[in-house]
Each structure stands twice: as C-alpha cells, then as structure tokens.
Design a protein around this ligand. Sequence first.
Ligand code: MLT
Ligand code: MN
Ligand code: ZN
Length: 298
Amino acid sequence: MGVRAQVLGAAAGGGLPQWNCGCENCNLARRGEIPAQTQSSLAVTGNGMDWAVLNASPDIRQQLAATPALHPTGPRALPLRSILLTNGDIDHVAGLLTLREVQPFTLFATAEIHRVIAENPIFSALRAEIVERRTIALGQSFELAPGLTAELFPVPGKVPLYLEGDTVQTDLVGEQTVGVALTAGETTAFYIPGCALLSDDLRARLDGAALLFFDGTLWTDDEMQRAGVGSKTGQRMGHMSISGENGSMAAFAGLEIGRKVYVHMNNTNPVLRPGSPERAEAEAAGWTIGQDGMEIAT
Ligand code: MLT
Ligand code: MN
Ligand code: ZN
C-alpha cells in the first residue's frame, strides 16, 4: 500500500467564506451556491490505520469531526499519531490550541518553526510531557507515523506574517517554509502548500513523483487587489500564482507527475467555482482542484 491522503481543508488562511469578505466567491459560498472550504490541512496515512495531520488549521475541530478515519477508537484512543508543521503561519498552527486536551501525539517541525511556537507561551497549553516536540533537520528521514516515512526540504518562502519586519524577503530558502516528501511502500507523495518560486532544485526533486499537493493560493498575482479585498500581491505573500508565464501551471508543464492537486486556495481564486473557465483551464493542464474531504491514494 502507498500513501493515502485526505484533504481536511483546501482553502488558504481565512477559508471560504472568510468572515469579513464580501468577494464573489465568499458570497456564493455563503449562499450555498459553491462548496465552502476550510483552512489548509492534509491528513495522511501509510497503513490505513495510523494517521498524521500536516498543519493544524484553525478549523481542525470541524475537520476532525468530518473525517471518520480520524475519530476516536476508544475513550482516549485515536488513530492520529502526529502533527507536522510546514511553516509558522496562523492558518497552520492555530489549531494546535484545539488539540490541548491532554492527548499524546508527536509535534514535528524544523528547529526554526519550533522556536516560533516555543516563543508563544500560549502553546505551552500542549504540555511538553504529553505532546513531544520533535525537531527535524532538513533532509533527515523520519517516521511520521507507523508505515509512513517523511523528509522535509526547504521551499522558497517567507517568515510568518506576524514576524515580518520592515523589509521582507519573500523567497527565503531555509527552515521557515518547508515541503514534505511522504513515502509508503514504493511510492512518494509531496505536500507543498506554500511556495514562492519553483526553483531548479525543487523541479528536480518533484519530477517523477506519484502525487503532489501544491500551493494554489492565487490564480493571478494581483487577484486580491482586483477583487478589492487587499493590497498585497501573491509574490508579496510568498505564493506563486497558478496562471501566467511565471505561474505553477507553466512551471510544471514539462514534469512527469502522476497526480497534481492544488491546495491552499485563497477565497478569491476563481478555481474554487466549479464550472469557471479558470478551473477548466487548470484541469485541462492536468491539475485537480482540491476540496474538503477529497481522498487520494497512490
Ligand atoms: C499565507 O499563506 O500567506 C499566510 O497564511 C497568510 C496569513 O498568515 O494570513
Ligand atoms: Mn497560509
Ligand atoms: Zn472572499
């Protein structure tokens, strides 16, 4: 058996609909005319019994409730073995506070991401003697859950929004933003919910993969400005767009990847509307648009 994944949350920070957003997609989702999506998280297993959750979103309570494979199997017994963080952004760490009920699991992250968590005393609600915090070096292979091996690698990105200084480097390559390689049996899947740029290193690493979950935050770089909901571009947020000559569809066009799935879509992204021309274009280029509850096995 290979890697099995379930999308817990397909949207970027804010979700769809986002509480304060009156954009077209958020209004459609509020009216039930397109599916709502929760915030960025993926559940994975290598043996069908023991699961890891990649990123703890603010919606994790609802996500776990909606996912029978992750329900308790006894009074305090769970199939959830670990949580892995790929950066320190609020949409990826705030859900840790929901997991504070004296429940053992392992929290995996790089030293840099663990430092950010450790500097926020509210996370000590996850008591160290119960929730083991394990530091993983880049390039180090480790057991994420029984039957599932993982390795972290650097992805161009930036520090979390709440740690940004006056100047921000948006294509930092280090321990603050990572991708995950997941191996079970003979197959390897990749999870990269945030990526500023598809570097040559990254292209070489991903070529030939069975399955890829990739940053689908924005369709166009200036989409949030055009929708009248913000001043930031995708590049400023550390996310490459899907469309255009510098976009991810073009960047992946020459690579052999079994299944390519966009995740971490911002609520302004037109691919979140089933039937939109943008979604059709992404699908024609071989991409699947992730959505909450979607299950994919390699
Ligand atoms: C991002 O993915 O760019 C961040 O999650 C944004 C945020 O922290 O709101
Ligand atoms: Mn995010
Ligand atoms: Zn919106």
